[in-house]
Design a protein around this ligand. Structure first.
Ligand SMILES: Nc1ncnc2c1ncn2[C@@H]1O[C@H](COP(=O)(O)OP(=O)(O)O)[C@@H](O)[C@H]1O
Ligand SMILES: [Mg+2]
Length: 257
């Protein structure tokens, strides 16, 4: 059954920008209901890996599978691109992304922001989408902000709106790229609480984060990237208390809060 297969499997992925090799053979598996955290220094390739997983970026070598279905490619090396537009759209709409900078439409109300993609991209019924959009906004604690514009909200509220927008796509998995990095510490916590609640209800998520406490609390598995390679990985209980490599030890000693 498709539900038994990992939501995302990445196998030996290589990605370069021109001559700069950014991912040097990275593999990752996100089973249904698991949270995978990606940690590592700035420039280690975390965002690139997430964007490749979501097929927002091409990669030159390696495989990506969604629920066991391999992405079909044409060409090879620098000339490799996804071969099947419909497949890409299908996979991408099942992997909702939440970005550091929220990326809400400033000219739309919060409710319109949440409803936009399900209505225009998925072609779902407007009334039904509005109902579920209001539910998701309630769920992230800003059900009373439906009719205001993003600029009137705090960063924490905007990020929660962005999470409601991602949820309203009814995705198979959520991908977060540093969801709390643009926020003041007190606003950061309201977003962490929402992410923790999503983890508790068994959502499949891949989270790039600098928040080691959140990574430890919500993840089944943590991957430490260094310079385009997985330097170390494992369950958070082990990784954070008993790091094996000097690089992870060093990284944790400077990020420990
Ligand atoms: N669009 C791009 N063009 C060229 N180089 C890029 C691009 N995006 C990222 N890079 C480079 O790829 C490396 C990894 O970046 P990134 O994935 O953003 O790292 P992280 O998210 O871990 O900070 C960095 O050296 C960065 O400068
Ligand atoms: Mg990044």
């Amino acid at each position: 059954m498709a539900e038994d297969l990992p939501v995302i499997e990445i196998d030996d992925l290589h990605k370069s920008y021109g001559t700069l090799e950014v991912l040097k053979g990275v593999s990752l598996t996100a089973p249904q209901g698991h949270v995978i955290s990606l940690i590592g220094s700035s420039g280690s390739g975390k965002s690139t890996l997430l964007r490749c997983a979501n097929l927002l970026e091409d990669s030159q070598k390696g495989e990506i599978r969604f629920r066991g279905e391999a992405v079909r490619w044409k060409g090879s090396g620098a000339g490799r691109h996804p071969a099947d537009r419909a497949q890409i759209t299908r996979i991408r709409t099942n992997l909702s992304m939440v970005f550091q900078q929220f990326n809400l439409w400033s000219h739309m109300t919060i409710l319109q922001n949440v409803m936009e993609a399900p209505v225009t991209v998925l072609g779902r019924d407007r009334e039904e989408v509005e109902h579920s959009a209001r539910n998701y906004l309630d769920k992230v604690g800003i059900g009373d902000k439906c009719d205001v514009y993003p600029a009137m909200l705090s960063g924490g509220q905007q990020q929660r709106a962005a999470i409601a927008r991602a949820l309203c796509m009814e995705p198979t998995a959520l991908l977060f790229d540093e969801p709390t990095s643009a926020l003041d510490p007190e606003l950061e916590q309201e977003v962490v609480r929402v992410i923790r609640a999503l983890a508790d209800e068994g959502r499949t998520m891949i989270i790039v984060t600098h928040d080691m406490r959140m990574a430890r609390d919500v993840s089944e598995h943590v991957i430490f990237l260094h310079n385009g390679r997985i330097e170390e990985q494992g369950p958070p209980e082990r990784l954070f208390t008993d790091p094996q490599t000097e690089r992870l030890k060093g990284f944790l000693s400077v990020t420990a809060s």
